[in-house]
Design a protein around this ligand. Structure first.
Ligand code: SF4
Ligand code: SF4
Length: 175
């Protein structure tokens, strides 16, 4: 890699950091203005049920500007980006957007993207689905497929090349 490459990479990273810090600053102001810690986001959070992520606490820590504490925690990676917290919030605060920004900042700070994220990306780029179609077992122990349940195959991208180009563009810009 040339010095020019390294310089432009450093400049791009600086711009990314500034953009992220500005985004977090705005999210922090919005949280301070609107969130009254009712906990509705946490009570519907899929990651909270299994993995103890508490979006209302993420919002409270964001209000307090404690970003480095959150970017160094693995907990932020348990968010499955389902947007339920946003849908449930009576104040239209979006903890999910805070978590997107924190994940990006975490990577910029040198943390590795967890393996399950890269596996999902790999699967999406290979078969157009984040996970291949699974079989399930019913109460009697019989193996059931989508076909045997009368379900159609899941929709996949019609133009794989175009789809992959879109994913690559997004993967470069956002986690
Ligand atoms: S649901 Fe909205 S207002 Fe309530 S704690 Fe969560 S972010 Fe704050
Ligand atoms: S987007 Fe993340 S934080 Fe929000 S409800 Fe879903 S898993 Fe929880």
């Amino acid at each position: 890699m040339s010095i020019m490459d390294l310089t432009s990479m450093a400049e791009a990273q600086k711009a990314d950091r500034q953009e992220l810090e500005e985004r977090l600053r705005k999210l922090s102001l919005e949280a301070a203005e609107k969130c009254y810690q009712c906990g509705k986001c946490t009570s519907g959070c899929e990651a909270h049920k299994l993995l103890e992520l508490e979006p209302h606490r993420i919002v409270a820590l964001t209000k307090a500007g404690l970003f480095s504490e959150m970017t160094s925690s693995d907990l932020i990676w348990t968010c499955v980006s389902c947007f339920k917290c946003y849908e449930r919030c009576p104040q239209k605060v979006a903890p999910v957007n805070i978590l997107f920004a924190l994940k990006n900042l975490s990577v910029l700070n040198g943390k590795d993207v967890p393996g399950n994220y890269t596996a999902m990306l790999q699967s999406a780029m290979t078969i157009g689905l984040v996970q291949d179609v699974q079989e399930t077992v019913d109460r009697k122990g019989a193996v059931r497929t989508r076909d045997s349940l009368g379900l159609p195959p899941p929709p996949r991208p019609k133009d794989m090349e175009h789809f992959m180009a879109a994913i690559m563009g997004t993967a470069v810009e956002k986690v």
